[in-house]
Design a protein around this ligand. Structure first.
Ligand code: F3S
Length: 400
């Protein structure tokens, strides 16, 4: 790769061993993908996992004196103080979360602990070159905003944050953003939940190609698009999609395919969505808890739940994972009080794929998110998956 003087200086250790390591990794990635140079990034997001390998890497950079040139927002781990009040936290889990916080603070991250930074704190404009990790974030950045990011790992995104550049390859290049398969949606897509199922089922038919959706509503809510991207990138490996007439690089069908005809066409029907739902969800029956916010809920979603439980008592505990900003909004707007009075709560800064939920292992919950169910299988949690409104009704009854 051809490096600028400054990039070469980083590689040669002028800014310390941590920055040199970050640049060395990026050069290796660039060479692997035949990038000929680096490009500056204006935004970054690191999907910290609060797990040992992630911690090892960030501590190694910190020990080498690395400090971020482009401060990244970061994913949730879990809110230690909150969970100490409701369950026991193993000393090793407490130690990891504390060290993770400290390492990311030292490296200069913006400590948002939120997995929807594209809605709150880290919002790009069209065409911006960025480096985001996190499965719901990369499709939103690429597709909804028309900004550009590769499907970064937490580590490669952190390297970009430290060096301020990324290798020029993949989705950063115009020619690689062209649609590869037309998805004609014949299914009735009415709710945010329908977008969850559409996102999960699409890669089963399209593989990892860039899908171009036609036949979708022309005014989707941010929550719908958040759900679509999260599931496309969980059920498959899809960090860029287009919706004809909706997303900025797909004003027309022709534009989405950059002037070419769609090389392949698939159709998605109501029957496809039903079969996907049947395959994802656990059987009905008694449930032990309700868990929402994977990805983190917006204030509108919190309001929906609060309005459904207002003045009622939940049969099982209900948690909503969300950001600290949304939690504060919910407090100010009275939703938190309503939720708590019903027996629910907000768990800010927390991801469902964290050991703080160990008291739910082996139990059955209800959620609106296939992604939530997918990740928690390895933690021996099972889920009935339903539309949000129906999920809340089930939590009020304790069974479905
Ligand atoms: Fe967010 Fe964790 Fe789900 S990072 S999207 S709550 S897996």
């Amino acid at each position: 790769m051809k490096l600028t003087q400054e990039e070469q200086a980083m590689l040669d250790g002028k800014y310390g061993a941590g920055t040199a390591l970050a640049m060395k990794i990026q050069v290796a990635i660039g060479e692997a993908y035949h990038a000929d140079r680096m490009v500056p990034v204006s935004r970054t997001h690191v999907a910290l996992s609060n797990q040992e390998a992630d911690l090892w890497f960030v501590e190694k950079l910190v020990a080498g004196g690395a400090v971020c040139r482009v401060s990244p927002t970061v994913n949730p781990g879990f809110n230690l103080e909150y969970f100490q009040g409701i369950t026991t936290i193993a000393p090793e889990d407490e130690a990891i979360i504390k060290r993770t916080r400290e390492a990311y603070r030292k490296i200069g991250a913006t400590l948002t602990y939120n997995c929807t930074p594209y809605l709150e704190k880290n919002v790009p404009r069209f065409g911006e070159i960025t480096a985001y990790s996190e499965s719901s974030a990369t499709p939103f950045i690429n597709s909804v905003y028309g900004a550009r990011t590769n499907r970064e790992a937490a580590q490669s995104a952190l390297c970009a944050a430290v060096t301020g550049v990324a290798p020029l390859y993949g989705y950063l290049l115009e020619e690689n953003r062209k649609g590869q398969i037309l998805v004609e949606v014949e299914a009735d897509i009415k709710s945010d939940f329908d977008y969850q199922l559409l996102g999960y089922v699409t890669p089963k038919k399209t593989g990892f190609k860039i899908p171009v959706f036609s036949g979708l509503p022309l005014q989707p809510k941010p929550e719908s698009l958040m759900n679509l991207g999260a599931q496309l990138n969980t059920g498959g490996n899809v960090a860029l999609y287009h919706i004809v007439g909706v997303t900025p690089e797909a004003k027309t069908l022709e534009a989405a395919f950059q002037g070419d005809k769609p090389p392949e066409v698939v159709t998605i029907t109501n029957q496809d969505l039903k079969e996907m739902h049947d395959a994802l969800t656990d059987e009905g029956g008694k449930i032990d808890f309700a868990l929402f916010g994977c990805p983190h809920f917006t204030i509108n979603q919190v309001a929906t739940v609060a309005n459904l439980v207002k003045g009622k008592k939940l049969a099982v505990p209900l948690w909503i994972m969300t950001s600290s900003l949304t939690t504060e909004l919910a407090r100010r707007m009275g939703y938190l009080e309503i939720l708590q009075a019903a027996g629910g709560d907000l768990a800010q800064d927390t991801c469902m794929d964290q050991p703080c939920w160990h008291f739910l292992y082996g139990k059955k919950g209800v959620t609106d998110s296939p992604k939530c169910a997918y990740y928690t299988r390895r933690r021996d949690m099972s889920f009935v998956i339903r539309r949000l409104e129906e999920s809340v009704e089930i939590a009020l009854r304790g069974e479905c």
